[in-house]
Design a protein around this ligand. Structure first.
Ligand code: FES
Length: 87
C-alpha cells in the first residue's frame, strides 16, 4: 500500500500500489481537474512534493515539467510507500 498525503486539502489516506491516483483521490471527495483521463491533455497536472510514481502519459506533460516534479494524476500509480501531493 501507499500512503497519500494532500497538502492543500489536508487529507491523508492509503491506496494500493496498483491504484490509479486520479480515481483514488476523487473517491476521497477531493475535486481533481480532469478531462481526457489518458495522459493526453495535461489538465490533471499536479505537483508531486515527495515520493515517486510510475507515469504512462501520452504527451500531456513536458520533460521539463516532470523535472520540476509535476505528474499527471490520471495515468500515474504510486511506486514509493508514501506520496505527498500539492492538492
Ligand atoms: Fe488529461 Fe490527465 S486528464 S492528462
Amino acid at each position: 500500500t501507499c500512503k497519500i498525503e494532500l497538502t492543500k486539502s489536508g487529507k491523508t489516506f492509503e491506496v494500493k500500489s496498483t491504484d490509479n491516483l486520479m480515481l483514488m483521490i476523487k473517491s476521497q471527495g477531493v475535486p481533481v481537474p480532469s478531462s481526457c483521463g489518458q495522459g493526453v491533455c495535461g489538465t490533471c497536472k499536479t505537483k508531486l512534493v515527495s515520493g515517486q510514481v510510475e507515469m504512462k502519459h501520452q504527451g500531456g506533460i513536458r520533460q521539463r515539467e516532470i523535472d520540476k516534479g509535476f505528474i499527471l494524476l490520471c495515468c500515474s500509480k504510486p511506486v514509493t510507500p508514501k506520496l505527498v501531493l500539492e492538492l
